[in-house]
Design a protein. Structure first.
Length: 305
C-alpha cells in the first residue's frame, strides 16, 4: 500500500499533502518514500484537524509524481535459452549494463546451442543464444532434437544477430608433456586412428577423446574445422556441457578435447591449453523473423558493428 495522503484546506489560501505511517510499503519505491519524507523546515498545524503539515502540496506532489513516473516503467524480462559460451562470455557479464541501457532484464538458461534452438522452435523462448553460424546452429538443433526423440520443424525465417566471437582451444591434462598438435594429428586422434600419446611425442598412455553431447557447439566446430566432418572415435567420452569437457580432461591423464576459451579462463582445473590450429566461431542471437520488442532492444544493443 501507499502511505496515507490527506489534503487539508486550512488556511483557505493553501493546500497541503501529508504522508503518514511508516515504511516499508509494497509497491512504493525507496526513492518515492524518501521524497515523501522531504519536507520544508517549518511545520504547520491545522487547528481544526490536528494534523501536522510539513510541505506545500504542490511541492511534495510534484516530487512524488516525478519519482513515481521515473520508477513506473518496470524492466522487461527476456528469457533466453542456448549456448553456455554466449551466456558466460557476453550475456551474463553484461546483464547489468544491458538492463541500464535498454530496460531489458535477461534470464539465460544455458542448455547448449542445439537445445536452445529446439526451445526456440517449440515456442518456449523468443530468443536462442548460439555459439556458431546460423547454419551450424540449425544443425545443432536437429541433432539435439534427434537425441531427445523430438520431431520439430525448424522455421525457415530465422534471423541471426552476431554479438561476439569466441576461440576454441584444445585442452589436455596438465601432466601431459605434449605442447602442440597439428590438424592432421588431432584429426587422427579424434577419429581413433592414433590411439596412444607416444605416437605424437608424448608418454606411453592411451588417448581418451572427450566431446560434448549432441547439439553442443564446441565438438561440432572441432569436427567441422579439424576433422573435416569425420565421426569421432567409438568410445569417446561424452560430456554433458562444454564446461564438463575441462572437468573430464582434468580427471583423465590421457584425455583431450575441444573447449571454449571463456570456460578455460574461468577455471582450467587440472587441464592446460596446447598449441593447435585456430578455431573461431561467432556468438549470436537467433529469432524467428526479425527481432521485436525486448529481443530487438537486446539485439540492437549487442550487435557487432
Amino acid at each position: 500500500m501507499f502511505p496515507t495522503t490527506r489534503h487539508i484546506s486550512h488556511p483557505p489560501s493553501s493546500h497541503f499533502l501529508v504522508c503518514s505511517g511508516e515504511p516499508p510499503y509494497t509497491g512504493l519505491s525507496v526513492g518515492a518514500w524518501k521524497l515523501c519524507q522531504m519536507t520544508l523546515p517549518f511545520p504547520m498545524i491545522d487547528s481544526h484537524k490536528g494534523y501536522t503539515m510539513k510541505a506545500p502540496a504542490f511541492v511534495l506532489l510534484s516530487l512524488m509524481i516525478a519519482s513515481l513516473s521515473g520508477g513506473a516503467g518496470a524492466a522487461e524480462v527476456l528469457e533466453i535459452s542456448g549456448g553456455t559460451t554466449p551466456q558466460k562470455d557476453v550475456l551474463e557479464p553484461r546483464a547489468a549494463e544491458i538492463l541500464k541501457a535498454t530496460g531489458v532484464e535477461i534470464k539465460v538458461n544455458g542448455v547448449g546451442t542445439g537445445n536452445g534452438m529446439v526451445a526456440l522452435a517449440e515456442g518456449k523462448v523468443s530468443v536462442a543464444a548460439v555459439g556458431d553460424t546460423l547454419a551450424d546452429s540449425i544443425e545443432a538443433g536437429k541433432k539435439a532434437a534427434k537425441a531427445a526423440s523430438k520431431d520439430i520443424k525448424i522455421p525457415d525465417n530465422l534471423v541471426f544477430t552476431q554479438i561476439g566471437t569466441d576461440e576454441l582451444v584444445v585442452v589436455v591434462h596438465k601432466s601431459n608433456g605434449v605442447t602442440a598438435l597439428s590438424k592432421a594429428q588431432l584429426k587422427d586422434m579424434a577419429t581413433g586412428k592414433i590411439t596412444n600419446w607416444k605416437e605424437v611425442g608424448g608418454a606411453d598412455l592411451p588417448i581418451k577423446v572427450v566431446v560434448t553431447k549432441a547439439g553442443m557447439i564446441p565438438s561440432l566446430v572441432f569436427q567441422k574445422t579439424i576433422m573435416d566432418g569425420a565421426e569421432y572415435a567409438k568410445g569417446a567420452l561424452e560430456a554433458q556441457s562444454p564446461r564438463e569437457v575441462i572437468t573430464w580432461v582434468s580427471r583423465t591423464p590421457g584425455g583431450f578435447g575441444p573447449a571454449a576459451d571463456v570456460h578455460v579462463k574461468a577455471g582450467a582445473g587440472d587441464s592446460k591449453t596446447i598449441g593447435a590450429p585456430a578455431m573461431s566461431r561467432p556468438l549470436g542471437l537467433v529469432t524467428i523473423g526479425a527481432p521485436t520488442g525486448a529481443a530487438k532492444k537486446l539485439a540492437d544493443y549487442l550487435k557487432v558493428k
